[in-house]
Design a protein around this ligand. Structure first.
Ligand SMILES: [Zn+2]
Length: 105
């Protein structure tokens, strides 16, 4: 399940410039080297310790608040589109942009 897959990753930041990375979805282009400043020291972000709790809170909010909106839009005008968000950030961004262009009015 994609949600559980994303939960397992770790979030770190470059100690020099603060650029954040995810160990599965946003990794440095060169291993252990920051894309921005070339730094080699990464620290676990403070919020990572609470990440699983926060993900659970966000998922609960999604179920309680967003699902109803999705159901409404599916039923009324067909503007809801599914996409594979397990791909890279740039691939997902491209798909979102293409989808908006395709359904734009
Ligand atoms: Zn950096």
């Amino acid at each position: 399940m994609p949600t559980q897959y994303r939960r397992k990753g770790r979030v770190v930041s470059c100690q020099e410039c603060g650029k954040g990375y995810h160990d599965r979805h946003d990794i440095p282009r060169v291993a252990n080297t920051c894309n921005i400043c070339g730094g080699h020291t990464f620290v676990r972000r403070e919020d990572d310790a609470d990440a699983e709790h926060m993900v659970n809170v966000r998922l609960e909010n999604y179920r309680n608040r967003t699902m109803g909106v999705i159901t409404y839009y599916k039923a009324t005008n067909g503007l809801v589109t599914r996409l594979d968000a397990t791909r890279s950030i740039s691939e997902v961004g491209d798909t979102v942009a293409e989808t908006i262009k395709r359904i734009g009015r």
